[in-house]
Design a protein around this ligand. Structure first.
Ligand SMILES: *[C@@H]1O[C@H](CO)[C@@H](O)[C@H](O)[C@H]1NC(C)=O
Ligand SMILES: *[C@@H]1O[C@H](CO)[C@@H](O)[C@H](O)[C@H]1NC(C)=O
Ligand SMILES: *[C@@H]1O[C@H](CO)[C@@H](O)[C@H](O)[C@H]1NC(C)=O
Ligand SMILES: *[C@@H]1O[C@H](CO)[C@@H](O)[C@H](O)[C@H]1NC(C)=O
Ligand SMILES: *[C@@H]1O[C@H](CO)[C@@H](O)[C@H](O)[C@H]1NC(C)=O
Ligand SMILES: *[C@@H]1O[C@H](CO)[C@@H](O)[C@H](O)[C@H]1NC(C)=O
Ligand SMILES: *[C@@H]1O[C@H](CO)[C@@H](O)[C@H](O)[C@H]1NC(C)=O
Ligand SMILES: *[C@@H]1O[C@H](CO)[C@@H](O)[C@H](O)[C@H]1NC(C)=O
Ligand SMILES: *[C@@H]1O[C@H](CO)[C@@H](O)[C@H](O)[C@H]1NC(C)=O
Ligand SMILES: *[C@@H]1O[C@H](CO)[C@@H](O)[C@H](O)[C@H]1NC(C)=O
Ligand SMILES: *[C@@H]1O[C@H](CO)[C@@H](O)[C@H](O)[C@H]1NC(C)=O
Ligand SMILES: *[C@@H]1O[C@H](CO)[C@@H](O)[C@H](O)[C@H]1NC(C)=O
Length: 611
């Protein structure tokens, strides 16, 4: 709709009529007597015949004459009447089809060249259908087209040189099809083009240089194709660019310095390419930049990168995953990043320690430094990150205790996530690390509140105060050297879905109160020194033996029946009563042989099954 208001002034002569038909369909009924242009009607009929099914509400055989202007998705405008509508008469074919708005109409079949018969067409939306085959070259004879939306169909073939004919075009979307071949270098004449998307096709070759001449361009989205070569548009002339998304291609070379002249740039995605060199120092001029992703490339010098980008006052999301191989995070010199909310510098084999300047990024709510080689402890000051809800430091070489301050993280101590100010752009910028894990993309704010410290060399105890992090959904402390017992207070983590404490040195019993964690769907305490009864009931009835294995002292459920004398803890009274009841309830008359049988059933059979 925002777009349509832009194109209206282009029809000064009949803009009033155009407005009526575009925005208030019911008004069309007051022109009922006017039948639509017979050439348009024929073109629509041929278009409809190319489809495998009929379009609801399109009635070609209405008497006396079909009025296509009242059909769903058809927009008309009065053309022959420029001065006063009073001269309209019922036979004059002055109503012409100017728009076809047929997005999400379950259309199947071919797009026939007949559509070019609608020679006044300025708006064509066939998106989110199942149209297949090639786009007829005749479509590009529709010189008045301003909006062409073919996204999410099954079109094949190449885009064709004909685009050069569409000099009125301001919106072109061919994303999510199966287009192949090069993007034609035919954009010279498209001076009004504001938005061009061709994401998720199989386009190859280089960026067409003629795109540099589309000086009105605000959005260019070519992600997820097989484009290669340098990113060598003349960005100096693209001063209106707001979104540039070239992610998931095969681009190589350097990040173009001239991009810094795009002062309106808010979203920049170069992720999943093969770029090298550094982040240009001139990027500090990108004061509107809100999201930057350069993941999965071969960039170097993280110090220069961070020093440059900290000056981008509006930078909210920064994804640097899988670059800067083996470098060291700068320890000082970073004071900026005043708006930064999400920072991912994972899978970089970074060395050195976690710098304390991170704790000064007051808005930081997402931090991923996992899969590096970071050493030392978690800075004590992290507890002052009032917005932090996602912390992944897993798979490093971190040592020391969990700082007590981490249990005071304000957001995780609250009852709900304030999900405001989220970016309206939906760009995949995370890296699919571990197949069993979720593919991390889309908006980071949709990720579950997480503390992941797994696969480090941390020690000390699990503070009972961790139970204050009420919002937490994922707590992973596995593969460390934590000792002591599992605090009863963890039952305060009412939203917890995943709790992994496996491969540590934990002792004591599994607190019975954990059965109160009603959302817990993944639980792992394997390979510790735990003992006593495995709690029963609640979500615990859904966990398998692998959650508990490697703890010779555990009993119940999958393992040895608990020996009543070796279970002193009070909270297990209920279970003792239960088992005592079974034993005491046995008629004494059963005698010794039955007792033996019972031992076979309860003890030996389960052991055989496990073997
Ligand atoms: C439109 O048609 C109706 C009857 O169908 C008629 O009464 C009316 O006068 C016509 N209006 C015009 C403007 O021709
Ligand atoms: C249509 O209008 C024109 C001029 O206004 C007139 O000559 C013609 O007779 C009209 N036709 C009918 C069918 O009313
Ligand atoms: C085309 O139609 C789809 C589905 O109705 C809609 O989401 C999309 O915004 C439309 N495109 C344009 C350019 O109006
Ligand atoms: C441009 O359109 C004209 C007809 O309007 C057609 O003859 C010509 O072939 C088109 N050019 C291309 C490159 O398709
Ligand atoms: C990338 O494009 C292909 C088609 O070329 C599509 O199947 C796939 O789903 C797209 N991937 C993403 C992440 O959009
Ligand atoms: C890039 O565009 C600018 C502004 O339109 C122009 O001055 C400059 O000469 C162009 N540079 C190249 C290399 O074409
Ligand atoms: C930075 O963001 C704020 C708030 O969204 C906005 O008002 C401001 O215009 C932006 N700055 C630039 C240079 O775009
Ligand atoms: C990064 O760039 C700066 C400035 O050019 C330079 O001094 C430094 O040595 C570089 N660091 C690395 C790791 O290349
Ligand atoms: C840890 O990170 C390395 C890369 O640094 C990776 O190869 C390995 O699979 C990761 N291990 C785990 C358990 O995630
Ligand atoms: C976001 O929420 C916080 C706290 O709930 C509030 O202080 C802040 O003003 C909100 N920001 C916006 C942009 O709504
Ligand atoms: C765990 O701690 C013990 C005792 O301090 C130490 O011997 C062992 O090497 C540590 N293991 C790891 C994996 O850090
Ligand atoms: C589970 O929660 C209820 C209500 O908060 C409480 O009364 C009960 O004692 C808890 N059970 C355990 C085993 O902690």
């Amino acid at each position: 709709m925002k777009y349509l208001s832009l194109m209206l002034p282009m029809y000064p002569l009949f803009c009033v009529m155009f407005f009526i038909f575009l925005y208030s369909q019911p008004c069309a009924s007051s022109f009922k007597n006017l039948s639509c242009n017979s050439d348009d009607l024929r073109a629509l009929e041929a278009f409809s015949n190319g489809l495998d099914s009929r379009i609801d509400g399109w009635k070609f055989h209405d008497a006396p004459a079909a009025n296509c202007c009242s059909w769903p998705g058809v927009r008309c405008a009065l053309f022959s009447v420029f001065s006063s509508p009073s001269s309209i008469n019922s036979t004059n074919p002055s109503l012409r089809v100017v728009g076809l708005d047929l997005g999400s109409k379950e259309l199947k079949g071919l797009l026939l060249n007949s559509v070019s018969g609608l020679d006044q067409l300025s708006f064509l939306n066939l998106s989110h259908n199942s149209l297949r085959g090639t786009v007829p070259p005749e479509l590009f004879h529709l010189r008045r087209l301003e909006v062409l939306d073919l996204n999410s169909n099954d079109f094949t073939g190449d885009l064709g040189q004909g685009i050069s004919n569409l000099t009125s075009l301001s919106y072109l979307d061919v994303s999510f099809n199966q287009f192949t071949g090069f993007i034609p270098d035919s954009f010279h004449g498209l001076q009004r083009l504001e938005s061009f998307s061709a994401e998720s096709n199989s386009l190859e070759g280089r960026l067409p240089n003629s795109l540099s001449s589309c000086s009105m361009l605000r959005l260019l989205n070519l992600r997820n194709n097989s484009l290669d070569g340098n990113i060598d548009l003349n960005f100096t002339s693209l001063v209106h660019l707001v979104v540039l998304n070239l992610g998931s291609n095969h681009f190589s070379g350097h990040i173009p310095k001239s991009l810094s002249s795009c002062r309106a740039l808010e979203v920049l995605n170069f992720g999943m390419n093969n770029l090298h060199g550094t982040i240009p120092i001139s990027f500090r001029n990108l004061q509107a930049l809100s999201l930057l992703s350069v993941t999965n490339s071969r960039l170097s010098n993280i110090s220069v990168g961070l020093q440059t980008l900290q000056e981008c006052q509006n930078l909210t999301v920064l994804a640097l995953t899988k670059n800067f191989y083996g470098e060291e995070l700068p320890n000082n010199g970073i004071q900026g990043f005043h708006s930064l909310q999400a920072l991912a510098i994972d899978v970089c084999a970074l060395t050195g320690s976690i710098p304390s300047w991170l704790a000064n990024i007051k808005e930081l709510s997402f931090l991923d430094l996992s899969w590096n080689h970071l050493t030392g402890g978690i800075p004590l000051c992290f507890g002052s990150l009032d917005s932090l809800f996602y912390l992944d430091l897993s798979n490093n070489s971190l040592t020391g205790e969990i700082p007590m301050s981490l249990t005071k993280l304000k957001t995780l101590n609250s009852d709900s996530l304030s999900n405001n100010g989220s970016s309206s752009y939906d760009i995949p910028y995370f890296y699919w690390k571990n197949p069993p894990r979720t593919l991390r993309y889309k908006q980071y704010k949709n990720l579950p509140p997480t503390v992941d410290l797994s696969n480090n060399m941390m020690d000390g105890t699990i503070w009972k105060e961790i139970g204050n992090l009420r919002l937490l959904q994922v707590l992973d402390l596995s593969n460390n050297n934590f000792t002591g017992s599992i605090p009863d207070e963890l039952s305060g983590l009412r939203n917890l879905e995943t709790l992994d404490l496996s491969f540590n040195g934990l002792s004591g019993t599994i607190p019975v109160s954990l059965v109160n964690l009603t959302f817990l769907s993944s639980f792992d305490v394997a390979h510790n020194h735990l003992q006593g009864q495995i709690p029963k009931g609640g979500q615990f009835s859904t966990f398998s033996s692998s959650s508990f294995e490697g703890n010779p002292g555990l009993c119940g459920e999958f393992f040895l029946v608990c020996n009543p004398t070796s279970k002193p803890p009070k909270e297990e009274e209920n279970d003792i009563e239960e088992s005592n009841f079974v034993l005491e309830g046995l008629p004494l008359a059963l005698g010794f042989i039955s007792g033996l049988l019972l031992i076979v059933i309860l003890v030996i059979l389960p052991l055989l099954k496990q073997g």
